[in-house]
Design a protein. Structure first.
Length: 385
C-alpha cells in the first residue's frame, strides 16, 4: 500500500480494528483458549527491534508471550500507516531496526531502496503458512529478483456481498461479473478502482483485453492500453452502480440505507453487516477475492538477526499467529489459525474463507506512484461518466 489512498485505507482499517478490538477485550470472543505461555524461557535471549503499526494495545500481550517462550524482548516502534513505516525504515540509522512490517503492495520498494536483505528460507518455517499466501510458491509476489524478501503474517480480502433476497450466488458461482449484470441495474456498490480492476479480471478471462490485465502495472503505456478498454466497458454498465464507497461506514450504508443488493466490499464490511442482522452475506468470488497482505522484511543492517528469525518462526505457528491476528483485528497467515478462533468472528471467517478460497486469493500487485496517479484518473472518469 504505497500511495496516499492506500495509506488512508490502512488508517481506516486501524480505526475499524480498534472498534472491534474493544469488543474482543470485553468478551474474549476471538480465542478458543489462551495460548500456553511457558514459565521457562528457552535458550534464546536478547532483543528485537520491530517497526510495526501503532495503535494496537494487544501487541504487548503477543510480545510478552514471545518473551516468555524465548527470552527475547521486542522493542516496538510504531507508525500509523504503511507510508510512514516505509519512510522511517528509509531514515533509520544502521542497526536501529531489525524487522519491518511491510505490505505486499509496497514490497518492491524496500529492496530497491537498499534497506533490506533477502530472507533465508532454511531459517523459516514456511510450511506453517497457508497455501495461497505470498511466499508459499517460489517466485511469487514475496520474491524480488528471484530472492525471498517477505514472510506473510496478516491478510484480509475484498469480495462479493449479496442481500438475502439475491439467490443462487454462493461460493463457486458468485462472480465479479455480477457487478455488471444488467439484472442488478441501480443496485450495486463498489469502490471505483476496485470495480475497474474487477472488470479487468473478468474481461481478461473472456479474452477481451489487448494485454494481460497485470501488464497494466508494468508501465504507463500498457496501463493506458488496458484501462482504456476497461473504462469504455465500465461506462456501458455505469447504470448498475447506485453508490460508490470509500470506507466501512459508506459500504455498510449502501446496503442498510441506500437499497444496494450486490457489492464488492471488504470482508470487514460484510462482517459488520452480519453483526447488524442484515442477512447480507459476504462471499469469495469464483475468480478469487482481492487480497491485502502484511508481513515482515529483514533490514540490511539488522544487528539481532538470530532473534529476528526466532520471531518469524514463532509468529508463523498457528497458536501464535492467531494471537497476532486478533491483536491486529485481521486474519493470521498461519495455516489452521482460523480454527483457533471462536464466536461470530470464527463463524464469519470459516464461511467466507474455506481453504480453496484462500488458495485463490488475488493479491493486489505492487503499485508504483505513476500507476496510483493514473488509477485515480481512470477512477474519476468512471465515477463522473
Amino acid at each position: 500500500m504505497n500511495s496516499t489512498e492506500e495509506g488512508a485505507k490502512m488508517k481506516n482499517l486501524i480505526v475499524n480494528r480498534r472498534s472491534v478490538l474493544k469488543g474482543a477485550v470485553a468478551t474474549g470472543a476471538f480465542l478458543a483458549a489462551p495460548a500456553i505461555i511457558s514459565s521457562k524461557a528457552l535458550a534464546s535471549s536478547g532483543e528485537l527491534n520491530l517497526l510495526t503499526y501503532a495503535g494496537f494495545p494487544l501487541h504487548k500481550d503477543v510480545f510478552d508471550a514471545f518473551k516468555a517462550d524465548t527470552g527475547i524482548t521486542v522493542n516496538e516502534i510504531g507508525q500509523p500507516d504503511s507510508d510512514s513505516i516505509l519512510a522511517q525504515a528509509k531514515l533509520a540509522n544502521p542497526g536501529e531496526l531489525d524487522l519491518v512490517e511491510a505490505t505486499i503492495t509496497n514490497l518492491p520498494v524496500y529492496p530497491a531502496s537498499g534497506i533490506v536483505q533477502p530472507l533465508d528460507p532454511a531459517k523459516l518455517e514456511l510450511a506453517n503458512t497457508s497455501k495461497g499466501m505470498p511466499g508459499t510458491v517460489e517466485g511469487d509476489s514475496a520474491y524480488v529478483g528471484g530472492k525471498l524478501y517477505y514472510m506473510s503474517a496478516l491478510w484480509g480480502g475484498e469480495g462479493m456481498a449479496y442481500a438475502s433476497d439475491v439467490k443462487d450466488h454462493e461460493f463457486g458461482s458468485a462472480s465479479l461479473a455480477d457487478l455488471f449484470d444488467p439484472q442488478f441495474e441501480g443496485q450495486v456498490t463498489l469502490r471505483p478502482y476496485s470495480g475497474l480492476a474487477a472488470l479487468g479480471r473478468v474481461m481478461e478471462a473472456e479474452g477481451k483485453l489487448p494485454k494481460p490485465y497485470l501488464d497494466a502495472y508494468k508501465d504507463e503505456a500498457s496501463m493506458r492500453a488496458v484501462y482504456d478498454v476497461i473504462l469504455a466497458e465500465a461506462v456501458k454498465h455505469k447504470k448498475n452502480v447506485a453508490q460508490f464507497w470509500t470506507n466501512d461506514n459508506e459500504g455498510i450504508g449502501a446496503f442498510t440505507t441506500n437499497g444496494c443488493r450486490v457489492g464488492l466490499v471488504w470482508e470487514s464490511i460484510g462482517r459488520s453487516l452480519g453483526d447488524q442482522g442484515t442477512n447480507v452475506r459476504w462471499v469469495t468470488p469464483k475468480e478469487g477475492a482481492f487480497g491485502w497482505n502484511q508481513g515482515y522484511v529483514l533490514t540490511k543492517s539488522a544487528k539481532n538477526v538470530d532473534q529476528a528469525y526466532e520471531y518469524l518462526r514463532w509468529i508463523s505457528r498457528p497458536k501464535n499467529g492467531v494471537r497476532w491476528g486478533v491483536a491486529n483485528q485481521g486474519l493470521s497467515s498461519a495455516a489452521g489459525s482460523i480454527d483457533l478462533l471462536t464466536g461470530p468472528f470464527k463463524d464469519f471467517s470459516v464461511k467466507a474463507y474455506p481453504p480453496e478460497a484462500v488458495a485463490k486469493m488475488w493479491w493486489w500487485p505492487a503499485q508504483e506512484p505513476w500507476f496510483i496517479k493514473l488509477r485515480g484518473e481512470y477512477s474519476d472518469r468512471f465515477r463522473s461518466a
